[in-house]
Design a protein. Structure first.
Length: 235
């Protein structure tokens, strides 16, 4: 079993590429050759695979890759962050293509029903009213697609902002640990300085004591010499 810090990331990335290849096959080959319900079924399968790969889903492959990056050494983290960014870009491209195919399929169905008035639920309905309703429905579909795209953009920005905030908090925790370590070392230095100061004071005190003893001995010797000289002079 590979226990390297990038093993799980590589595994998730390989699974992500497998899903992207499947999505590419469905959108570029299968959906292009299909119509009606077959194309709808293919697009639904594509949506499920996109959800499985999407970074906004907590258990998706892109989200798992981002989680694995957090535990990597700083020396290789930037390289893998670039790979995740590339995966997100590819995912966004295929999501856009899937939405475009959805929209094109909806337009095709609307245009088909417009060219076949018998398909209307109300055979007595005015043709202009039916066309107006279909135009509004098409416009509503377009607005819904635009709103969905904007919502996903907002969610992506929120996730990126959350990631930046997590990095800032992690950096702050590291700086806090550095400061606490520096404070601890400063406290140890203060203790060492206090101990050295006490030692120096003791040495100075002993020096003065030895000085006083030496002066006392000299005074005693001088007195003894004077006494001896006095006694010899008297004798």
């Amino acid at each position: 079993m590979d226990n390297s810090p990038t093993a799980l990331f590589d595994s998730y990335e390989q699974d992500f590429k497998t899903i992207i290849d499947s999505i590419r096959e469905k959108l570029e080959v299968e959906a292009g050759a299909q119509k009606g319900e077959q194309r709808k079924a293919t697009l639904r399968r594509v949506e499920m695979e996109l959800d499985e790969a999407d970074e906004m889903v907590p258990a998706s492959f892109v989200s798992q890759m981002e989680v694995e990056i957090q535990g990597m050494p700083q020396s290789i983290k930037s390289k893998y962050q670039i790979r995740v960014k590339s995966s997100k870009g590819e995912l966004t491209k295929w999501k856009k293509q899937a939405k475009d195919l959805h929209l094109a399929n909806s337009r095709s169905e609307l245009l088909s029903s417009r060219s076949n008035p018998i398909a209307s639920d109300d055979p007595y309905a005015d043709s202009d009213d039916v066309n107006s309703q279909r135009a509004r429905l098409l416009q509503g579909t377009q607005s819904l697609a635009d709103s969905t795209r904007r919502l996903e953009d907002s969610q992506r920005i929120a996730i990126e902002t959350e990631g930046v905030g997590a990095d800032i908090l992690r950096t702050l925790r590291q700086q806090r640990g550095t400061i606490e370590h520096a404070v601890e070392q400063l406290g140890q230095a203060d203790t060492s300085i206090d101990r050295a100061s006490g030692t120096l004071k003791g040495m100075v005190r002993r020096m003065y004591q030895q000085k006083y003893v030496t002066v006392g001995i000299i005074v005693v010797l001088i007195l003894l010499i004077l006494i001896i000289l006095y006694e010899k002079l008297i004798a």
